[in-house]
Design a protein around this ligand. Sequence first.
Ligand SMILES: Nc1ncnc2c1ncn2[C@@H]1O[C@H](COP(=O)(O)OP(=O)(O)OP(=O)(O)O)[C@@H](O)[C@H]1O
Length: 298
Amino acid sequence: MAELTKELSQVKGQEPAVPDEAVPGKDEPSKDVRVHPNPAPAGKRPLDVPTGTPTVIVDDLHIVYRVYGAASDNEKGNAVNALTRLLKRQGRPQMKEVHAVKGVSFVSYHGDAIGVVGRNGSGKSTLLRAIAGLLPPHEGAVYTDGQPSLLGVNAALMRELTGERNIVLGCYAMGMSPSEVREKYQEIVDFSGIDEFVQLPMSTYSSGMGARLRFAISSAKTHDVLLIDEALATGDREFRKKSEERIKQIRESAGTVFLVAHDLRVIEETCNRVIWLHKGKIKMDGDPKEVLAAYNKG
Ligand SMILES: Nc1ncnc2c1ncn2[C@@H]1O[C@H](COP(=O)(O)OP(=O)(O)OP(=O)(O)O)[C@@H](O)[C@H]1O
């Protein structure tokens, strides 16, 4: 918290609220968390310069999943264990906890496009869902300026409805007025490239088509904080190019984008900053080239 408080004070041009002596590890480079430099380093393109206003503050965040009825290895379903439980009048096997995010802290700014990388199970999707407000912190906190919108491969469109109905409902769900929906409708269809499939139920779409439509709907509106979980990975080359352009536009309109993708090339081309998660903790946070080089090594 001390580090974040200091960082925010600098953003506001004030003296740090926490005295330097109180900051543990002062004068030492931080091992895990490097808060984004502000202002951005000289020589960067205007697009790469965040405006300095924080959009998301993640403060020592811990997320724990509780899995009820999860059996440990020696509790697993055989007849003897079941009978023992019955005789001892025990209920189902005990609850298991999965500590998915372990003390993550960082600040994002207007104009940031942040790639989140890490191995399977390192906590990327969990972190995005927590920023979107879909998972309560076990400890710590997430503060956001504006409404974060999570665009996931599983975003809530209705498979039994046509693409057309999903576009209309999706736009209303994002708070657009009927006239805005009419105005944006054709642009969404064109951007998604699903053509005449728009008249068919989404259950007939390939996973790539569904992902493209979701991205087209979600990005039709300017978001303060847009969280994208792998949606770009399923598109083809041409669609990826269009999506990258769209993400740049969102950044230009002073929003913040978080992008989880296993395709590191997409991250390198789209983001001005990368956070590397490892076993639920931040291993590195900074310039995409540096972080991705370290990530590829190891
Ligand atoms: N609903 C859930 N219930 C219990 N545990 C979960 C749940 N969702 C995720 N986990 C666990 O939390 C940890 C982090 O998962 P998460 O999906 O956030 O990782 P990830 O980095 O996004 O993985 P991937 O790259 O495979 O998508 C994993 O150990 C996973 O098993």
